[in-house]
Design a protein around this ligand. Structure first.
Ligand SMILES: CC(C)(COP(=O)(O)OP(=O)(O)OC[C@H]1O[C@@H](n2cnc3c(N)ncnc32)[C@H](O)[C@@H]1OP(=O)(O)O)[C@@H](O)C(=O)NCCC(=O)NCCS
Length: 182
């Protein structure tokens, strides 16, 4: 993806981001991955974990050691992210999600469409919430998610904030995006 901010353009940092936020989900929980494609190229994706045991096991066995080889500092950060992902509250019975839309395709409502697909899927699987952690209230994501009906759930490390969406609101807030075309 081309959406990494200016601090994350180097090959090493991009490898770290992919290892922490993408690789596990593709390999082990592909049923919780939704992609938007144009001409066979992925232009947006959302990933989520619904298997705490598998997530923690594979992160510990495969992905955290890989990240440690990239950088000790990233490894410390990754350990915090992995721990936080499943420990916000017991009622959030699925792991947090990560959503990304390629620069040239932002502003076309692909993000909400992907969230609707994930939300409908999680409801079918018996889950009640989906959530993410955003760095602070100034991020683009904060405005975007609160616009879609996400509520502040918890303050996390530093200024970061957990935002949570109650899946009973999917049909009111997100289903309208299901017809969006690229
Ligand atoms: C943030 C992101 C997921 C949004 O997806 P998108 O498909 O580009 O979303 P759109 O810009 O088409 O916006 C969809 C809706 O959200 C609204 N919206 C988007 N950004 C908003 C903001 N910052 N504040 C308020 N509303 C916002 C739009 O007005 C639109 O509303 P509408 O459907 O009622 O007209 C996507 O741009 C992205 O991946 N960006 C790069 C990574 C990033 O910034 N992630 C957030 C980090 S926390």
């Amino acid at each position: 993806m081309d959406t990494a901010n200016k601090n994350f353009q180097s090959a090493k940092r991009r490898e770290f981001v992919a290892t922490l936020f993408v690789d596990y989900y593709l390999q082990w929980e592909a049923e919780n991955v939704f992609v938007a494609e144009e001409n066979d190229k992925v232009v947006g994706y959302v990933v989520c974990s619904t298997n705490k045991t598998l997530f923690n096991q594979k992160m510990k066995e495969i992905y955290l050691p890989k990240i440690k080889k990239i950088s000790f500092f990233f490894w410390v950060f990754a350990k915090i992210c992995v721990k936080t992902s499943w420990q916000l509250d017991s009622k959030l019975n699925s792991g947090g999600f990560h959503l990304n839309v390629s620069k040239n395709f932002q502003g076309k409502k692909i993000g909400p469409k992907l969230l609707n697909s994930l939300g409908q899927h999680l409801i079918n699987e018996g889950y009640n919430y989906m959530y993410l952690i955003t760095a602070n209230k100034k991020t683009r994501g904060y405005g975007f998610y609160t616009h879609l009906g996400f509520k502040q759930f918890k303050k996390c490390l530093g200024n970061s904030i957990a935002l949570c969406f109650n899946l009973k609101d999917v049909n009111n807030q997100l289903a309208k995006y299901s017809n969006v075309n690229l």
